[in-house]
Design a protein around this ligand. Sequence first.
Ligand code: PEP
Length: 254
Amino acid sequence: MNKKRKLIIAGNWKMNKTVAEGLALVSDLKIDLANVKEVDIVVCPPFTALESVSKAVLDSNLRLGAQNMSEHNFGAFTGEICAGMLKEFSVRYVILGHSERRQYQKESDALISKKALAVHGASLKPIVCVGELLAEREAGQTEKVLEKQVRGSLVGLNKDQMVETIIAYEPVWAIGTGKTATTQQAQDAHAFIRGLLGKLFGEAVAKKVRVQYGGSVKPSNARELMSQPDVDGALVGGASLEARSFADIVKNSI
Ligand code: PEP
């Protein structure tokens, strides 16, 4: 496949994997994916496994991501983790505004944009998640919801920061449900997001931004999704918890 933007495929382990389990998973991935150069491959373990996994991936083509980060740099914020702490473990990417955090932690677009600025302030790359609920899609509100989330979650970013930002389009109804958006639904949403980025940051920036698809990505549907012109990778939940399926998603995407 000949796309100008390099694919980025990230595994979001969510609240899964002890240190020992995470190490076993990356040990298998390192072997399976050792020769892959065409894709940026990212694993996002829970905070407790970052240090160990960080050491394990040092000599590999796997990169490390975190699943969340505070918008603050330090201080009295019990239970939070800041950029400086992530940088100690060579984290490069931070997932922000995942639908589970929007739902359970009530994260707003405004908060996500502050976090995105903090991520860039530390020279890390945010993966900003957006996506509509099933009821919103059925009510014909998908583009309206995406526009609100994209605009609100990227407030204050400059063009250089936007180029280094990854957007993950994750229709909420497809996350962990086994239902995948059709390739056309995914492409339409990605094209809409890229068009909006063009209006907000200029065409040249929009052409460079990588937009991942997320929502029940599996080895069997990865190739078709990645073949869409505006789909530049995947954010993978369930299928990233097993080496075989995550490695096959990466290999099938090339
Ligand atoms: C996710 O949580 O980001 C996700 C896409 O999960 P799944 O692949 O399990 O649908």
